[in-house]
Design a protein around this ligand. Structure first.
Ligand code: PEP
Ligand code: MN
Length: 263
C-alpha cells in the first residue's frame, strides 16, 4: 500500500489546514517537550512569526532514563490545544500508548510515533484506526524497508495519512547523536507515495548542525522539516543542546525558503 506503483501519485497529508507533501515545503517547529504555558506560548508565537506552519511539542516523553523529565502528560496535551487556539497553528505530539489515543484525538491535530515505538505494531494499528494524520519516525536502528513496513501497518487500517520521518540512525559514529540518513529521503520519495520530512534536531543532536542539515534535507527533496526550538535552550528540560533559539529558527526558515524555490 505504501508503494508508489500502487498509487501513482503523491499523497498529500493534511495537518489541520496545512498540507504536507504538496507544492510547499513545510516547517514544523516547537520545543522537544511542553514544559509550561509560558514556554509553549512564547515558543509557538516565535515559530509562527518565523514562518513555521505547525507546532510540535511532547507531552509524553520517551526518555532514555526513567529519572529524566517524562513530560506533563494530559496537562501537556491541554496546553497544546490551548496554544493552538491562540496561534492558529495545528499541533503534532507523540503518542506512546494506545490507551492515550482518545485523549490525543481530542487535543492534537497530528500524532507522532517516536523512533522507539516504530515497531510497536499494536500502536501502529490503533493509530491507523483513528484515521488521524501521523508522523512516523524511523526507528533508531531500523532499515528503510522496516520503516516502510511500519507505515504499511497504518495504511492497512485504511489510514493513508502517514508522513514518514528520517531522524537519524545509530551508526559507529559518536561525534554526533545520530547519523542523518539523507539517502533515505530520496529512496523513500522514489519508492513510496507518502510525504517525507526530516528531523535534523535528533538527526544531529548539535544545534550548530541543525540548520545546515535542514538545508540539505530540502535540497534533496524532503517535503519539510521537524525542528526543535526553545525560547531558552540552556534551560530546556529535554534536548536543549539540539534546540535552536528563536532567532536561529527564523534564519533557518528564511534559508529554507530560498532552497525550496531552487529545487
Ligand atoms: C522527539 O521528537 O522529541 C523524539 C523523542 O524523537 P525520536 O522519537 O525521533 O527520538
Ligand atoms: Mn526531542
Amino acid at each position: 500500500l505504501v508503494s508508489r506503483d500502487m498509487r501513482g501519485h503523491d499523497t498529500e497529508v493534511k495537518i489541520g489546514k496545512v498540507s504536507v507533501g504538496g507544492e510547499r515545503v513545510v516547517v514544523i517547529g516547537g520545543p522537544c517537550a511542553v514544559e509550561s504555558e509560558d514556554q509553549l506560548r512564547e515558543t509557538a508565537f516565535a515559530v509562527r512569526e518565523s514562518g513555521g506552519v505547525a507546532l510540535r511539542g511532547g507531552a509524553y516523553k520517551p526518555r532514555s532514563s526513567p529519572y529524566s523529565f517524562q513530560g506533563h502528560g494530559e496537562e501537556g496535551l491541554k496546553l497544546l490545544k490551548q496554544i493552538s487556539g491562540e496561534t492558529g497553528l495545528p499541533t503534532v505530539s507523540e503518542v506512546m500508548d494506545t490507551a492515550d489515543l482518545p485523549l490525543f484525538v481530542d487535543h492534537v491535530d497530528c500524532l507522532q510515533i517516536g523512533a522507539r515505538n516504530m515497531q510497536n505494531f499494536r500502536l501502529l494499528s490503533a493509530v491507523g484506526d483513528t484515521g488521524m494524520p501521523v508522523v512516523l519516525k524511523r526507528g533508531l536502528s531500523a532499515t528503510i524497508e522496516e520503516l516502510m513496513l511500519a507505515a504499511e501497518y497504518i495504511l492497512a487500517r485504511g489510514n493513508n495519512n502517514v508522513i514518514l520521518c528520517e531522524r537519524g540512525i545509530r551508526t559507529f559514529e559518536t561525534a554526533t547523536r545520530n547519523t542523518l540518513d539523507l539517502n533515505a529521503v530520496v529512496y523513500l520519495k522514489q519508492k513510496t507515495h507518502l510525504p517525507v520530512v526530516v528531523d535534523p534536531s535528533h538527526g544531529t543532536g548539535i544545534r550548530e548542525l541543525v540548520t545546515p542539515m535542514a538545508r540539505a534535507a530540502i535540497a534533496c527533496g524532503a517535503d519539510g522539516v521537524l525542528v526543535e526550538t526553545h525560547r531558552n535552550p540552556a534551560q530546556a528540560l529535554s534536548d536543549g543542546k539540539q534546540s535552536l533559539t528563536p532567532p536561529q529558527f527564523l534564519q533557518m526558515v528564511r534559508e529554507l525558503r530560498t532552497i525550496a524555490e531552487a529545487v
